[in-house]
Design a protein around this ligand. Structure first.
Ligand code: WCA
Length: 376
């Protein structure tokens, strides 16, 4: 095992343990990591001696998303197609994971954001701990929740997915378990024992893996400020079921006038901070995702991300990265600045094929999600 490599590989009997290994960058996914993961997952699928894959992160993060700094460099050099290649491979990896024929167990013992959700949530087993911090923070970067998020967020109960995807709200391990983004929860001190037991399973039978995980899982209490308490969920459903982003914000503001609390004001603040273009395309993407399979969601997201990278409708992604990651002034100048200036016909354009760019096509797979075990 080469310790300098960005994905560490351990072979333990019929189990392969893959560790994302860029701890200083919170395991942000580089192009190299994505290519390597794709190559390993495809090889393991063909190798009868491999029965189970465990994915985890080195250090305090599972994975803080795609490596945004590399992309900004590419766009800065005027080469949006280099960025598009990154996303094409990333979405292919997400698709392979969503349709994988062997169980994938992801150990989410730390930060899980953006692309980090994409390499875990599509698999059948997601283990949260007391250290887990989950978010889809793309709308404040001028992007939108991608990596198949329009598939998995739209399948969360009620309108919780719209809430998580539009506001970038952070969830802890207990929230993730409650809403179904995680399938199990255990204290991090038990992870070593769990891993050792999984290494003895010698089977690809999800029911056997489930039995092992069930024996370790605990039922954590939701924190007092959790958004998953019934009374907050009711507000989320009332407001985030709005047809448009403007309606969602107006509904939240109405709720706030009837005795608003910290949760409502921080939710309104989060929406007002985000890119108007991102908010509108994200809402439409999640709504369309409700009726689409994972492959359709990823192909549509690929069209959308090509427009984002090309900057032909709005250049908010470059501006968001500048304000949040490069200059760190946290003061992006979104264009358009106001929600009402982001017209329906501009939103519509994100969903059209980019000129001279092929749609993303996925290979035929044996294990289509509709036939696979329930994921969420
Ligand atoms: C809340 C975080 C996760 C932790 O904050 P922290 O504890 O104060 O830690 P730092 O912010 O100091 O992060 C430690 C280091 O990791 C780096 N890092 C932390 N996330 C990252 C990161 N996604 N990338 C590239 N370095 C990072 C971060 O820049 C920093 O590097 P350095 O300043 O050199 O020490 C914070 O780092 C943060 O907000 N990170 C960004 C999270 C985020 O927006 N994720 C991405 C969602 S979008 C996505 O997944 C797709 C992106 C993408 C878009 C287009 C493409 O072509 C390809 C990819």
């Amino acid at each position: 095992m080469a310790s300098h490599s960005q994905v560490l590989v351990e072979e333990k009997s019929s189990v392969r343990i893959l560790t994302l290994n860029r701890p200083k960058q919170l395991n942000a996914l580089s192009f190299q990591m994505i290519s390597r993961l794709l190559q390993l997952f495809l090889a393991y699928e063909e190798d009868p001696s491999v029965k189970l894959v465990i994915l985890k992160g080195q250090g305090r993060a599972f994975c803080a998303g795609g490596d945004v700094s590399a992309v900004v460099r590419d766009i800065g050099q005027g080469n949006w197609r280099l960025g598009a290649k990154f996303f094409a491979d990333e979405y292919m990896l997400n698709y392979v994971m969503a349709t994988y024929t062997k169980p994938q167990v992801s150990i989410l013992n730390g930060i899980v954001m953006g692309g980090g959700a994409g390499v875990s949530v599509h698999g059948p087993f997601r283990i949260a701990t007391e250290n887990t911090v989950f978010a889809m923070p793309e709308t404040v970067l001028g992007l939108f929740p991608d990596v198949g998020a329009s598939y998995f967020l739209s399948r969360l109960p009620g309108f919780f997915g719209e809430y998580v995807g539009l506001t970038g709200a952070r969830l802890d391990g207990a929230d993730m378990l409650a809403c179904g983004l995680a399938t199990h929860y255990l204290p991090s001190t038990r992870l070593t024992a769990l891993e050792a037991e999984l290494c003895r399973v010698d089977s690809s039978d999800p029911a056997l893996v489930s039995t092992i995980l069930d024996a370790y899982t605990q039922n954590p209490h939701l924190k007092q400020q959790s958004a998953y308490h019934r009374q907050v969920l009711d507000v989320i459903d009332r407001c985030f079921s709005g047809r448009t982003v403007e309606e969602i914000i107006a509904a939240l503001e109405r709720e706030a006038t009837h005795g608003g609390d910290d949760w409502i004001s921080s939710t309104i603040r989060a929406l007002k901070k985000a890119s108007p273009a991102s908010l509108k395309i994200s809402l439409r993407s999640i709504r369309e995702g409700r009726l689409q399979g994972v492959g359709q969601c990823l192909s549509r997201e690929y069209r959308m991300v090509c427009h984002v990278l090309k900057g032909d409708i709005s250049k908010d992604f470059v501006e968001g990265c500048r304000a949040i990651l490069i200059d760190k002034d946290k003061n992006p100048k979104w264009e358009p600045w106001r929600l009402e200036e982001m017209k329906d016909r501009m939103v519509e354009q994100y969903f059209k094929r980019v000129e001279e760019e092929e749609d993303l096509k996925f290979p035929a797979r044996k294990n289509l999600p509709a036939l696979a075990m329930a994921k969420l």
